[in-house]
Design a protein around this ligand. Structure first.
Ligand code: AMP
Ligand code: MG
Length: 601
C-alpha cells in the first residue's frame, strides 16, 4: 500500500530506500560530502523506527523536556535543535516534517526511510543480501544503485552502488530537472582545479593539516632550565605540587578573625595583631578576635573573618555589622592546588600565568623539551637582501623575515640560510645542508605551477616531497615532505600567502614537534559588518579587523584590498576572517569565524 506525497517545499526532495543492512547510511555519509563539494547544500531527514533520544540525561534541555516541555528548543551560535514530544501512535507525516526545514538554507532534502511514500526515490540493492527488489512494486523508484552483475529491467536507470561520484551526478541531474521550470539551483562546478588535476593532490585545509601532522614526531629530549628562562618553552614533565597552595589556611581580607557561633556575640575581645608572614602562637577562644591582615595565617581556633569595613572597634573590643556566615573571607590550605596533585601537565607552553603558578609551588628550575631547530631560506633570482641596494627588476626579501619572526614566536631556534638563487645545484646544496642541522626546513617561493622545474628536481634529489594544491586563498600551492630526518615546507612566494600558510600548516606542526599537546587555533565567532564573498569549495582567509561594537558584540570588517602580495593588509588587520568551504556569500549581520593574530604575530 502506498501513501500519496505532496512536497510542501520549493526545493526537491529525494528519498533513498533499501532493506536494512544494504548500507544506506554508509552511502549517504560518502554522498553528502561529495554533494557539498559540488556546491549543493543539503538537509537530511531520517526515519527512526523506535523511541530515540538525541539529548543526554543531566543536560538542562533534557531535564526541562522530561519536566514536561512539549517542545524544547536549544540554541547556540553554531547550531540549534528543536525537540518535540509527539506522543501519538503514528509517526509524523513527511510533509509535516518537511515544513520544519528552512528551505532557503538548503537546495535539496534527502530522505532516508519512509519506504511506503509515493516519494521519488533511489533504491539501493545488493544482490548478495538476497533481499527482494523494491522497484518491482514501487513506481516512484527513479534509479537503482546496485552491483555490476545485477540483472534489471532495461528501462530502469541503473547506477553503480560503489560509485559515489556517479550517484552524486544523478542527484544533481534530478535536482536540476526538478528546478528546470522553477528556481535555479546555485550549483557550482566542482572546484576548478579538480578537473585538470590529480585530485589526490588537491586537499582541503583540514586534509592538509591532518596529513602533515601524521609526519610530525614530537621532540622527546628535555633539559632543565631556570624558571626565568622558561618563557614560551614546553613543559616536559607533569609538575606535581610539593606543597599545598595556599600553604596555610589564611585570611582573604584585612579584618578580624574569630570563632563563629550562632547567634554571634555582641562584641569580641581583641587579643593580638597577626601580620602576613607571622602567626598567632596560642589558640583563639570563643569571644576572642585578632586583627588580621590579608594572607596572614588563621589562628588555631578561628574559622571566620569579618572585613575591617564592617567592624567597629571600641577600646579593646570589636563588634561586627552585616551578615556573617561560617568560613567567610577565609582561604583554605590547598584550595588552589593541593599537595601531590598535578599542578600543570606536560605539554603546556609556559607563559606568564604558568610560570607564576609553578614559582608559587617553589620550582626554581623546570624540565622543558629541547627547542626545535628551524632552517629558513628564500628562493628566487629576483629576491634581494634588505639593507643592500635594490637591483633592477628585483624585490626585497620579506618572506624570510616574517617566517623567522613567527618561528621565534613559537619558541624555535632559527637557522637563517639566506637567499638561494634559482639554480638546481645551489638548491640541492642548501637543502642537504639545512636538513643536517635542522628539524624543519622552510623555504618560500618556487612551488607554484609554471615555476622553474629545477625546484621539483632538486627536491626529488634530496627527499620525498609532495606538491599539493590546497583549496584555499591565499596560499594554494604547498610543498611538504621529508628530507632525511627533517620535515620540509615549501611555502608559496607571495608574502601574505606565506604568512597564512605558515599560520595554518607550519604552526600546528611546529607546536606538535615542540611537544605541545591539545593545541588548536583560536577561532572566535564575529558578526560580519559588510558582505563577504568566497568561492564554494575553498577556504578563504581574508585579513580583517575585529572590534567590539556598540551592541556589545564582536564585529569584523575586511581590511580592504586582499592581494596575496599586500603585506600592508596583514599590518592593518588583527585577524584572519575564515570563510569556510561551504560558505559562499555572507551578508552583513551573518556570523563568521575569525582567527585572531594574537596567537602568533
Ligand atoms: P614564486 O612562487 O617563486 O613565483 O613567487 C611568487 C611571488 O612571490 C613572486 O612575485 C615573487 O617575486 C614573490 N616572492 C617570492 N619570494 C619572495 C620573498 N622572499 N619575499 C617577497 N616576495 C617574494
Ligand atoms: Mg620564485
Amino acid at each position: 500500500m502506498s501513501i500519496p506525497f505532496n512536497n510542501p517545499l520549493s526545493i526537491p526532495v529525494l528519498g533513498f530506500c533499501a532493506y536494512s543492512g544494504t548500507g544506506k547510511t554508509t552511502l549517504l555519509k560518502k554522498l553528502i560530502p561529495e554533494l557539498n563539494r559540488r556546491g549543493l547544500r543539503l538537509a537530511v531527514i531520517k526515519h527512526a523506527h523506535h523511541n530515540f533520544d538525541v539529548d543526554i540525561p543531566g543536560k538542562d534541555s533534557y531535564e526541562m523536556r522530561k519536566a514536561g516541555a512539549r517542545q524544547m528548543l536549544v540554541a547556540s551560535h553554531v547550531r540549534w535543535a528543536l525537540m518535540t514530544e509527539d506522543l501519538v501512535e503514528e509517526a509524523p507525516s513527511l510533509p509535516h516534517l518537511l515544513k520544519q526545514i528552512e528551505a532557503d538554507k538548503v537546495d535539496i532534502v534527502l530522505v532516508e526511510g519512509f519506504k511506503k511514500l509515493e516519494l521519488p526515490k533511489i533504491e539501493l540493492h545488493r544482490a548478495a543480501h538476497g533481499k527482494p527488489f523494491i522497484h518491482t512494486h514501487d513506481a516512484n523508484i527513479q534509479a537503482i544503485a546496485c552491483c555490476d552483475d545485477t540483472v534489471l529491467p532495461s528501462e530502469l536507470r541503473r547506477l553503480d552502488i560503489n560509485n559515489v561520484g556517479q550517484i552524486a551526478d544523478f542527484v544533481i541531474e534530478y535536482a536540476k530537472q526538478w528546478t528546470a521550470s522553477g528556481t535555479q539551483l546555485p550549483l557550482q562546478a566542482a572546484p576548478e582545479c579538480g578537473c585538470e588535476l590529480d585530485t589526490s593532490k588537491t586537499l582541503s585545509v583540514r586534509q592538509g593539516i591532518d596529513k602533515i601532522l601524521t609526519y610530525v614526531n614530537p621532540i622527546r629530549v628535555s633539559e632543565l632550565v631556570d624558571i626565568d628562562d622558561s618563557s614560551n618553552r614546553v613543559l616536559a614533565e607533569d609538575a606535581i605540587s610539593p606543597v599545598d597552595v595556599p600553604q596555610h589556611t589564611n585570611s582573604a581580607m584585612d579584618g578580624y578573625a574569630f570563632k563563629f557561633s550562632e547567634p554571634m556575640l555582641g562584641s569580641y575581645k581583641i587579643v593580638a595583631d597577626v601580620m602576613a608572614g607571622h602567626s598567632y602562637p596560642g589558640t583563639l577562644q570563643a569571644g576572642e578576635a585578632v586583627r588580621i591582615m590579608t594572607g596572614a595565617p588563621m589562628p588555631v581556633g578561628a574559622d571566620t573573618v569579618q572585613m575591617k569595613e564592617l567592624a567597629e572597634e571600641n577600646g579593646q573590643t570589636v563588634s561586627f555589622n552585616g551578615e556573617i556566615r561560617l568560613g567567610d573571607h577565609v582561604r583554605q590550605a590547598g584550595e588552589d592546588i593541593a599537595k601531590d596533585t598535578t599542578a600543570l601537565a606536560a605539554g603546556h607552553r609556559l607563559q606568564a600565568a604558568h610560570q607564576g603558578m609553578l614559582a608559587s609551588l617553589g620550582f626554581g628550575r623546570l624540565p622543558v623539551y629541547r627547542k626545535p631547530k628551524v632552517a629558513v631560506f628564500s628562493t628566487g633570482d629576483e629576491v634581494c637582501q634588505p639593507g643592500e641596494p635594490l637591483k633592477q627588476n628585483c624585490i626585497y626579501d620579506s618572506n624570510r623575515f616574517t617566517i623567522k619572526s613567527m618561528v621565534k614566536q613559537l619558541g624555535c631556534e632559527v637557522i637563517d640560510l639566506g637567499i638561494i638563487h634559482d639554480s638546481e645545484a645551489a638548491l640541492v646544496e642548501a637543502l642537504k645542508g639545512a636538513a643536517t642541522q635542522a628539524d624543519v626546513v622552510i623555504s618560500s617561493g618556487g612551488v607554484s605551477v609554471g615555476d622553474a622545474d629545477f625546484i621539483k628536481l632538486a627536491l626529488a634529489k634530496v627527499g620525498q616531497i609532495n606538491f599539493w594544491r590546497i583549496n584555499m586563498r591565499p596560499g594554494r600551492p604547498l610543498a611538504f615532505g621529508q628530507i632525511g630526518g627533517s620535515l620540509f615546507f615549501g611555502l608559496p612566494g607571495n608574502p601574505v600567502a606565506v604568512m597564512v600558510s605558515f599560520m595554518q600548516f607550519v604552526q600546528p606542526a611546529l607546536r606538535k614537534l615542540a611537544g605541545e599537546t591539545d593545541w588548536a587555533p583560536t577561532l572566535v565567532p564575529a558578526i560580519a559588518d559588510a558582505p563577504l564573498r568566497s568561492r564554494c569549495g575553498r577556504t578563504e582567509f581574508m585579513r580583517g579587523v575585529h572590534h567590539l561594537a556598540s551592541d556589545g558584540k564582536l564585529h569584523v570588517t575586511s581590511t580592504g584590498a586582499q592581494g596575496s602580495g599586500m603585506l600592508s593588509s596583514m599590518v592593518r588587520g588583527n585577524c584572519l576572517i575564515v570563510i569556510g568551504e561551504r560558505d559562499e556569500q555572507l551578508m552583513p549581520g551573518d556570523t563568521v569565524y575569525i582567527q585572531p593574530f594574537s596567537d602568533l604575530l
